[in-house]
Design a protein. Structure first.
Length: 221
């Protein structure tokens, strides 16, 4: 989408919206691709994910569409509306944990106990690849892209977009934009590995993570 306002202020010609996906975020791409990459046996046993919002909704929705049982673990502070939405999509919702780290750990534990597959929303390779399809579409729709600005939380999105774009257009620069409150990727780049940082409140709540994923970091760095 062309944006005259952004061009006048920032020199940015185009905006790539992902909010028009079925559940309202780029997580639709990530969830769909991860589910489509499952083996037949994995599809039957179902998948387990830990999330506090967008990823949970995307997994629940696409799990129903593809006939894959989905169990979503969500934190205790999550709103009833999000729980209800995931349940309406057909997911089994488990409320456990006070933060995202505990939620992911609980989902991983449940997957082992039930014999299902845990799909990490930040660091699973198929999730990263699904998110990266945004990069492919950018190159299909815009010629001679100078740079792409990508919001950065756990770094899965920027990792996927970087791979997709750099393979076809190596001269295009990929620039990550972090919340000032939580700079998990900057901390990881400084230390040479993912590190835990203090998670502080941010208006960009989806970017407020305590650490980047290991796979995401290795790709994005």
């Amino acid at each position: 989408m062309h944006s005259k306002a952004y061009y006048c202020v920032y020199g940015i010609h185009m905006l790539r919206f992902t909010l028009f996906q079925r559940t309202g975020s780029f997580k639709d791409r990530a969830a769909r691709n991860a589910l489509m990459c499952l083996s037949e046996e994995e599809r039957k046993k179902g998948v387990f994910v830990g999330s506090n919002g967008n990823y949970a909704e995307a997994m629940a929705y696409h799990g129903r569409k593809l006939g894959v049982p989905v169990t979503v673990v969500m934190p205790r502070y999550i709103s009833l509306s999000i729980i209800s939405l995931c349940q309406d999509f057909g997911a089994n919702v488990v409320v456990e944990g006070k933060d995202h780290s505990e939620v992911r750990a609980a989902a991983f534990k449940l997957a082992k106990e039930k014999g299902g597959k845990y799909i990490d929303g930040h660091d699973n390779i198929d999730v990263i690849a699904g998110a990266g399809t945004i990069g492919l579409e950018i190159l299909e729709q815009v010629k001679d892209v100078d740079f792409v600005l990508v919001p950065v939380g756990a770094a899965g999105l920027i990792a996927g977009i970087s791979v997709a774009i750099k393979q076809t257009s190596p001269k295009t620069k990929i620039i990550g934009i972090e919340s000032e409150a939580t700079q998990a990727l900057s901390a990881a780049l400084k230390e040479g590995r993912p590190v835990n940082i203090k998670r502080r409140p941010s208006l960009a709540s989806s970017l407020a993570v305590s650490a980047v994923g290991h796979n995401s970091f290795q790709i994005a760095k």
